[in-house]
Design a protein around this ligand. Structure first.
Ligand SMILES: Nc1nc2c(ncn2[C@@H]2O[C@H](COP(=O)(O)OP(=O)(O)O)[C@@H](O)[C@H]2O)c(=O)[nH]1
Ligand SMILES: [Mg+2]
Ligand SMILES: [Zn+2]
Length: 305
């Protein structure tokens, strides 16, 4: 039968079959770990072929992936850990206060998603606790990110019961949701569907020992074609092997302009003469906050906060 992996422990997989039932499966045979350099050969979101009897199932084949979201393995250098496969879009939940999500982190997250060619949604939560000054800043950020093609909204999960704007954005898609601990991710997910009941205010911890010490993503089905993937461990969301030259490709407002730089693809837009990105920055066509995030990424700074 065909199915989709909705949960993985590294050893066991829960597979949602075409018959809409969930099967517990193991992987049969080797999925060529060495060749593909992934620490986990089967990821949440993978479409698979499996067979099963009453007791358990076996995954025999992974169907071709549309895309993957991966990060560098914590354990093995040069290896990557696939967070999820076949993702239509990512949704970052952020908040300006309690806790503060920095624009540096937002930009780094969005650039990673760009590098996987996955569209992005940005949700500013907890608007109810903001004073005028921060509301002002937030509305500027909403405009900025919308202008970059990132669908951006602001909301308060405790003041709204109807999350209609989020429902609209996720309908018939597979959406990977991420956010720092405390921003209200579980609160929002719980309100999106009564099939989801994440504990609010949870303290996430590493549960497993040994070579598979990772936190795994989990997928929820909201209706036949709507899936949400919840990812713990957003702090480890890292940049995969991005070269200095590449980074500006993942900033849409720079990507368009960099072709006009005098030094062409060798320009990293810091001090070079005839740089089209610096010129746009001077003309306020590129936001300073975005440029600063870019510079910090080129400098290899670890913007995980
Ligand atoms: N003031 C306010 N608090 C919120 C909002 N959304 C969630 N919270 C609270 O923030 C805390 C953390 O929420 P939780 O959903 O566990 O965050 P998570 O760590 O991102 O999953 C809880 O006490 C929630 O009740 C909101 O929109 N406004
Ligand atoms: Mg949570
Ligand atoms: Zn340049």
């Amino acid at each position: 039968m065909k199915g989709r992996v909705i949960r993985s422990t590294g050893l066991w997989y829960n597979v949602l079959g075409e018959d809409q039932k969930v099967y517990t499966c193991r992987a049969r045979g080797k999925f060529r770990l060495d060749e593909i350099k992934e620490t986990n050969p089967i990821a949440v979101g993978d479409n698979v072929i499996f067979d099963h009897d009453q007791k358990e199932g076996h995954i025999t084949e992974i169907l071709p992936r549309e895309n993957i979201i991966e990060r560098q393995s914590v354990k093995k250098t040069g290896h990557s850990h696939v967070l999820a496969a076949n993702v239509d879009q990512v949704m970052l939940i952020a908040s300006l206060k309690q806790p503060r999500t920095s624009v540096g982190f937002i930009d780094r997250f969005m650039a990673s998603a760009e590098s996987f060619r996955i569209p992005q949604i940005l949700v500013f939560n907890k608007t109810d606790i903001l004073r005028e000054k921060d509301l002002d800043l937030q509305s500027k950020l909403v405009d900025l990110y919308n202008s970059l093609g990132i669908k951006t909204i602001s909301m308060s999960a405790i003041e709204t019961d109807e999350l209609s704007s989020i429902h609209e954005l996720i309908k018939n898609k597979t959406t990977l949701v991420a956010g720092h601990s405390g921003v209200g991710k579980s609160t929002i997910l719980n309100k999106l569907s009564d099939k989801i009941s994440q504990s609010v205010n949870e303290i996430s911890g590493f549960s497993q020992k040994g070579t598979h010490t990772t936190t795994f993503a989990e997928m929820f089905q909201l209706d036949e074609k709507t899936f949400i993937i919840d990812t713990p461990g957003v702090k480890e969301w890292g940049l995969m092997d991005m070269t200095e030259q590449e980074i500006s490709d993942y900033f849409p407002e720079m990507r368009e302009r960099r072709l006009n730089c005098k030094f062409g693809s060798r320009c990293i837009h810091i001090t070079e003469p005839g740089c089209a990105v610096l010129e746009a920055l001077q003309n306020n066509e590129i936001a300073l906050s975005r440029y600063e995030s870019y510079v910090s990424m080129v400098a290899g700074e670890d913007n995980r906060k």
